[in-house]
Design a protein around this ligand. Sequence first.
Ligand SMILES: Cc1cc2nc3c(=O)[nH]c(=O)nc-3n(C[C@H](O)[C@H](O)[C@H](O)COP(=O)(O)OP(=O)(O)OC[C@H]3O[C@@H](n4cnc5c(N)ncnc54)[C@H](O)[C@@H]3O)c2cc1C
Ligand code: FES
Length: 248
Amino acid sequence: MKQGKLFLKNKKTYFDYAILTFLTEVEDFLNVKPGNFFMLQANTLLKKPISVMDCNKRDKMLKFLVKKIGKGTEFLYNLNPGETIDAIGPSGNSFPIDETGEYILVGGGSGIPPLYFLSKQIEKSRHTVVYGGRTKKDIVPIFGKSAPTIITTENGELGIKGTVIDGIKKVIEKNNFKKPIILSCGPEGMVKAIKKNFPDIPHYTSLERYMACGFGVCLGCVVETNEGYKRVCVDGPVFNINELKELK
Ligand SMILES: Cc1cc2nc3c(=O)[nH]c(=O)nc-3n(C[C@H](O)[C@H](O)[C@H](O)COP(=O)(O)OP(=O)(O)OC[C@H]3O[C@@H](n4cnc5c(N)ncnc54)[C@H](O)[C@@H]3O)c2cc1C
Ligand code: FES
């Protein structure tokens, strides 16, 4: 984990979401895995945890997708190309994947960025993305043809009318996966619903917690697990769902 600068090269907005493409000279910033996050400067004092959406070592590029919900994320959303911010990272663990697994990547809202990064590392034949939102304003068009994707919206504006649960059922129906594994990131209600509906499918999720320090000292981000309390910022953010007492 390093501290350094990120230079904003390019910004694209989509309703409340901004895709921020930064350049950096900090080599260690580019050693990232899907699930890792950075504490990004979110005004003169605050830093906020934001997952890596993409990384390209050759171009020294790091990409993030930010949803504007409060003061910190609004600061990031309003950055302009040419501006530089402070960052600390990469932090946290990553999603477990191996050569043989068959994966269902399930994301909602600002939970989609690490899954985009992850999907680029798994062969198309071995995974499908289920991307859910309330309306089409929640579905940022990032995947294109880069991954097999099922979109769900609650009002039916885009993709299947329903929630990610309907999307996962569709994947199971359509794909010939022998032993699927769910990798998720999104609102806690979504994650609980997945666990309830698919209790027998192995499931790893990236948790969101309020983070003050982001490197393990303030204990502001703890979560209760079968082995006692763990810190989401350094022991997570990715956990096996069966480990988590709060999601039972
Ligand atoms: C490991 C990790 C990775 C993350 N990755 C991303 C990412 O890639 N992109 C991204 O946009 N966000 C991501 N987040 C969430 C992001 O850090 C928070 O949304 C952010 O800290 C909110 O800060 P704020 O100052 O904008 O809002 P605050 O002022 O802290 O909160 C504003 C209001 O929004 C509510 N609120 C806070 N968080 C949420 C939420 N998640 N959903 C709905 N309401 C909320 C608060 O209760 C409050 O009422 C991640 C969080 C973690 C822990
Ligand atoms: S945010 Fe401080 S210990 Fe995790």
